[in-house]
Design a protein around this ligand. Structure first.
Ligand code: MRU
Length: 346
């Protein structure tokens, strides 16, 4: 099942709000359609929203008059701002938009075909994401024992990326290597990405999975039922602090208390070296209806006050290693991240 498919005139996105009950694709013909799909979480997951935004810019480019190249560039910058306003936490979104704009500027200067060049750049972002995830899987497989019970939170799978997945990429690679892998998936309230998406995705690939509610993770760890935790990331600050789906921090604290290794899997496009630590990462707050109801069914008294941060930050001290497309980084992360993602030593 593809998370997204590019056609000459449109982007089709697997509607993740409908899974696992219905497998339907939303057709996006404009950047506005893509922005709406990101905002409503029909497409979600850091690398997936980055790649979708890149295709959104490609759709805008195809519709734009390119006779006046400066006007064209100004319009693409406007579209980029619009797409960037959809969700604030995952840096992959801004990374992809910036890369598309850099390509546009280069094409404007060089006199090359703008539309063709922009479509090709979006396709490159999409293809490179899949390649990066496969490399994450390759490196991550090293830390997975021959027989392992792995806990994951949210969905950092093929559905959250252009394909293959980050945390689930590690799990896929270990499973493909013939290891005896069993996954415990946290359901991940409020939007149930673990129950609706991770459980579904793993079952599609016949990877053994057991669903638990979020408050069960500590019990399993204390019972010795978890060998390692692997989660994805929405943004990694320069010191190795990691923003990921709300509840990840809780899982990391539990893992530390129970001496369970806690790994984060993410591509270079998730690393934000401009932020010195995780306190600077903007955390999205979402609507109260996600907390007071489940599938439209109320679960709380009318009028109750609600707080709904969609992400939290796991401090680097709680992280055993960051599995990237360039290798595994272990503490001290500040040096490892700098070395791998700028080529500079600390
Ligand atoms: O709100 P979401 O569903 O977009 O949040 C997704 C996550 O937190 C994922 O774990 C993260 O984006 C990593 S995806 C490879």
């Amino acid at each position: 099942m593809e998370t997204m498919c590019w056609y000459e005139d449109r982007l089709e996105l697997l509607d993740q709000t409908k899974l696992p009950h219905e497998v339907v694709y939303v057709k996006c013909f404009t950047a506005e359609d893509v922005a709406r799909a990101i905002k409503t979480m029909q497409v979600r997951g850091a690398p997936a929203i980055g790649a979708s935004a890149a295709f959104g810019m490609a759709l805008a480019a195809l519709k734009e008059d390119d006779a006046d190249r400066q006007k064209f560039l100004a319009r693409m910058e406007e579209v980029g701002r619009h797409l960037a306003a959809t969700r604030p936490t995952a840096v992959n979104l801004f990374w992809a938009i910036e890369r598309m704009l850099a390509k546009t500027r280069e094409l404007v200067q060089s006199g090359a075909d703008l539309k063709e060049g922009i479509v090709q750049e979006a396709l490159a972002i999409y293809r490179e994401d899949i390649e990066m995830n496969k490399r994450i899987g390759h490196y991550g497989n090293e830390v997975v024992p021959a027989k392992a019970n792995i806990l994951t939170h949210c969905n950092a799978g093929a559905l959250a990326t252009a394909g293959y997945g980050t945390a689930l990429g590690v799990i896929r690679a270990a499973h493909a290597a013939g290891k005896d892998i069993h996954v415990y998936a946290d359901e991940t309230r409020p939007l149930l990405q673990g129950a609706r998406l991770t459980a579904w995705e793993l079952m599609q690939d016949n990877i053994p999975v057991t669903l638990i509610t979020d408050n069960m993770a500590g019990y399993l760890m204390r019972k010795g039922m978890i060998d390692l935790v692997v989660v994805g990331a929405d943004r990694i600050a320069a010191n190795g602090d990691v923003a990921n789906k709300i509840g990840t921090y809780t899982v990391a604290v539990l893992a530390k208390a129970n001496r369970v290794p806690f790994y984060v899997a993410a591509p270079g496009s998730t690393v934000d070296l401009t932020l010195v630590n995780g306190d600077l990462i903007p955390i999205e707050e979402r609507g109260h209806e996600e907390v007071i109801s489940l599938y439209g069914q109320g679960v709380a008294p009318q009028g109750v006050k609600v707080f709904n941060p969609a992400f939290d930050v796991t401090p680097h001290e709680l992280i055993t290693g960051i599995i990237t497309d360039k290798g595994i980084i272990r503490p001290p992360f500040v040096e490892g991240l700098k070395k791998l993602f700028t080529g500079e030593e600390e």
